[in-house]
Structures are given as structure tokens and as C-alpha cells.
Design a binder for this molecule. Structure first.
Ligand SMILES: Cc1ncc(COP(=O)(O)O)c(C=O)c1O
Length: 438
């Protein structure tokens, strides 16, 4: 049995982690069931973040566990280059129905980062396939997070994720972010102010010329940089401008896909149709890594016009892995049969009330919510950005609730199958923690 002494822990170089701090006071999870984790000391921890936003159906769903177990015994691996297996095709069909056939195809990856790089490459290759090969520029947004591949990092707009890695992709520009505490602090749902920020795309078009721009990529709701809810009308405006200028619009739905806003996708919630959509996380309930890209039929069609042979020189060994397909198919069944979206929808007002009940507590400078997401922004300790929220995270873990922090913002995104009692526990404990923070 593994013994978690700090001196044993150095070989694992942990991702997005303060390694030295963690290894001096580790937090080790050993099992999970429903809404809870259990740590190495046997403590139950209420999952306020669905792992990393990726477990909408709760942990150890028996049906999902069985689907994966059955598949590993039946077909542990099968290539999808120049051959295939039935579940990959069945899942593609199911996913397209899940979008009401507003998208034509799905391309499988293994993560959100790979989905983003795939979508960016598809956008570039799409224009080229249509004889529009000058469209090579990619537009992201400040404070955007699109994973850690070179493409996603380049269009992303979180300074710490970019600045230590030297030169990134050339030919990338960024829209301004939409976060504005002065105008929008403590808004319930979508803020009123800021739709005009989409018009900044006109400025970039004037600067670079539309004929050089391939795609705009945004998260419909920015998660990793601290739950930035889009202003009313912003995404529709962005869609109009992209259409006007022949630019593809990519929604990165890695966290918003699969019910986070109590609709299948954020594009359903905002009633805006992008050309490409990236997803991961909730696609398999986090059980087996899988990402994907949805493409509009016209994008796929553009690739099917050329000479016979491979149409897109891109793919991953594990694209459409049988275990991931089994998990995704079982997840879709559970979403449908257990009416998970309806359940989530029934909780969004209760959730919003709980989020905004924190108003007036020490250090709280903003509260934001949409669907089953919350952002709680704290005033930073002068000279120590992020320290106050990180302290809250550690205290929360010790008190039996899992929260997530980014800078001085606490982000909550629980499994969608939670009950009101879980919301009460989460916010009750959080309120006490906020009262006791330095
Ligand atoms: C919007 C968005 N895009 C991409 C990613 C990257 O996904 P992954 O960590 O699976 O590579 C994330 C991860 O949180 C994300 O939130």
C-alpha cells in the first residue's frame, strides 16, 4: 500500500499545482461515490466542483461503471484510422441527435486541449480547402482558456499560462474580455453591460482585413479565468460579425457542454449557433478521457470535394477509444432516462439564491452565477494575489467541501445530480470559511 510521506511524492510532477506546497501537506482522494469523495484519512468531501467540472452525473454511476467494464472485456482497443468499431459510429449518431442535427459530424480527441487544437486546424484547413488559404489568422479573447496545446495556449488569454513559454503561434490576436466589476458586480445571471465589446472584432477586421482571419474562438462562459458570464446579447453580436466577415465561430464548450447551464450545450442556452464546438469533460462523465469537435455539415462537405484519399491529415491513436465511447453512450442514456437536465433546471433559482446569499460577507467583491455555476470573487491580500482564495480552498477541504480557486476567485460547478441539501451544506460551510479568512 502506498504511503504518502512527502519524501515519497517527488516523482509525480503535478499539473497546475504548487508542487512544494502540496507535497508538504498532501490532499489525497482515494474513492468517490455520488456527490462525495473520500480522502486517505476517511473523511467525506462534498464535491462542489464535479471533479474538474467533468462529473455531471456524480461519481461511480453504476450503469457507467458497468458499461466501461463490459467494453474493456469485449474490445479493449481498436484503431479508428482506416477502420473503426460500432460504438464510435453509434456515439456519433447519438451526439448529432443530441444537437437536434444542427451539427453534421463529430471528430474524437482525448482531451479539451486536443479538441481545441483540432478545431483550430479544421478552421485553417477548411478555408484552404475552399481556395481561401489567406485566412490563417486566429482570434481568441483575453482571459480565455483553451487548454495547453500550442494552439489553445496561443488563442488563450491567461497571462500565466502563456508568458513562460516563449513564442507562441504567430498570427493570433485577442478580443478584450468582458469582465467589468464597476458596471456588473453582483449581477444575477447575464450582466446588462458589455454586448458592445463584441464590436471589437470590427476593429481587428479593420486592422488585419477579414480575408486574413480564419476563426474566432471563445468560451461562451469563461470558466477557468474565474466564471465570466457573457453580457446579454454579446454572443449573438459575435455570431453576426463572424457571419458578416466569413469568419468561422468556434465555441469552446469544454466546461459548458453536457448540462452545465441546464441545457445540453451553452449554444442552446444562448441560442447562438457556432460553426465548430469543442467539448470534453462531461462527455464521458470524466470516467475515460475523451474530447470531441462538432462541425457543421458545410465544413465537412468542404473537405469531401477534393481528390479521393485521406481528407484531413489529423487524428489521435485513441480517437474514439472503445472505453470512452462506452462511457459516453452510457452518459447520454443516463442524462435522458434520469432527466438530469430537468433536475438541474429545477435547482438553478435555488442555486442563484444561495450564491447571492454570500453578499456582504468579508472580502466578497462580486458574486456571479449561471446554470449550476458560481463565481465568488474575493478582494486580494495586497501584494499576495491568489493567497486569500487559496487559503479558502485549503480550509474548505479540511471542512469537507471541495471548491476550486483561480486567482482570488472561487468557482463552483457541482455535479448536476445534487440536491438542495448539498447546496445548503456547500454554501453554509463556505459562508463560515469566508467569515474566518484573513
Ligand atoms: C474551456 C476549456 N477549454 C479547454 C480545456 C482543456 O481541457 P483539457 O484539460 O481536457 O485538455 C479546458 C479545461 O479546463 C477548458 O475549460
Amino acid at each position: 500500500m502506498y504511503e504518502s510521506r512527502p519524501e515519497n511524492m517527488h516523482p509525480f510532477w503535478m499539473p497546475f499545482t504548487a508542487n512544494r506546497d502540496f507535497k508538504s501537506t498532501p490532499r489525497l482522494l482515494v474513492s468517490a461515490q455520488g456527490m462525495h469523495y473520500r480522502d486517505v484519512d476517511g473523511n467525506r468531501i462534498l464535491d462542489g466542483t464535479a471533479g474538474l467540472w467533468c462529473v455531471p452525473l456524480g461519481h461511480a454511476q453504476p450503469r457507467l461503471v458497468k458499461a466501461v467494464q463490459d467494453m474493456v472485456a469485449q474490445l479493449d482497443f481498436a484503431p479508428t484510422f482506416q477502420m473503426g468499431h460500432p460504438s464510435a459510429f453509434e456515439l456519433a449518431e447519438r451526439l448529432m441527435s443530441y444537437t437536434n442535427h444542427r451539427f453534421g459530424q463529430v471528430f474524437y480527441t482525448n482531451s479539451g486541449s486536443e479538441a481545441v487544437d483540432t478545431a483550430l486546424k479544421m478552421a485553417l484547413a477548411y478555408h484552404r480547402a475552399r481556395g481561401d488559404g489567406t485566412r490563417t489568422r486566429l482570434i481568441g479573447r483575453e482571459r480565455g482558456y483553451h487548454g495547453v496545446g500550442f494552439g489553445g495556449m496561443s488563442v488563450g488569454g491567461i497571462a500565466n499560462n502563456r508568458k513562460t513559454f516563449g513564442s507562441l503561434l504567430p498570427g493570433v490576436d485577442h478580443l478584450p474580455h468582458t469582465h467589468n466589476l464597476e458596471k456588473n458586480a453582483f449581477t444575477r445571471g447575464e450582466p446588462e453591460y458589455g454586448a458592445h465589446l463584441a464590436d471589437e472584432l470590427e476593429r481587428l477586421v479593420a486592422l488585419h482585413d477579414a480575408s486574413t482571419i480564419a476563426a474566432v474562438i471563445v468560451e461562451p462562459l469563461a470558466g477557468s479565468s474565474g466564471v465570466l458570464v457573457p453580457p446579454k446579447g454579446y454572443l449573438k453580436r459575435l455570431r453576426e460579425l463572424c457571419t458578416k466577415h466569413g469568419i468561422l465561430l468556434i465555441f469552446d464548450e469544454v466546461i459548458t457542454g453536457f448540462g452545465r447551464l441546464a441545457t445540453p450545450f451553452a449554444f442552446d442556452y444562448f441560442d447562438v449557433e457556432p460553426d465548430l464546438v469543442t467539448m470534453a469533460k462531461g462527455l464521458t462523465n470524466g470516467v475515460v478521457p475523451m474530447g470531441a469537435v462538432f462541425s457543421k455539415q458545410h465544413i465537412y462537405d468542404a473537405f469531401m470535394q477534393g481528390p479521393a484519399g485521406i481528407e484531413l491529415f489529423h487524428g489521435y491513436t485513441y480517437s474514439g477509444h472503445p472505453l470512452a465511447c462506452a462511457a459516453a453512450l452510457a452518459s447520454l442514456d443516463i442524462f435522458e432516462e434520469q432527466k438530469v437536465l430537468e433536475h438541474a433546471r429545477g435547482l438553478t433559482e435555488y442555486w442563484a439564491d444561495a450564491v447571492h446569499s454570500l453578499k456582504g460577507l468579508p472580502h466578497v467583491i462580486d458574486l456571479r452565477n449561471l446554470g449550476l455555476i458560481a463565481g465568488i470573487e474575493l478582494a486580494p491580500i495586497p501584494g499576495k494575489p491568489g493567497a486569500r482564495a487559496f487559503d479558502a480552498f485549503k480550509r474548505a477541504f479540511a471542512d469537507g467541501i471541495l471548491i476550486r480557486v483561480t486567482g482570488d476567485i472561487i468557482a463552483l460547478s457541482p455535479p448536476l445530480v445534487l440536491e438542495k441539501s448539498h447546496i445548503d451544506e456547500l454554501f453554509g460551510k463556505l459562508a463560515q470559511i469566508l467569515k474566518n479568512l484573513d
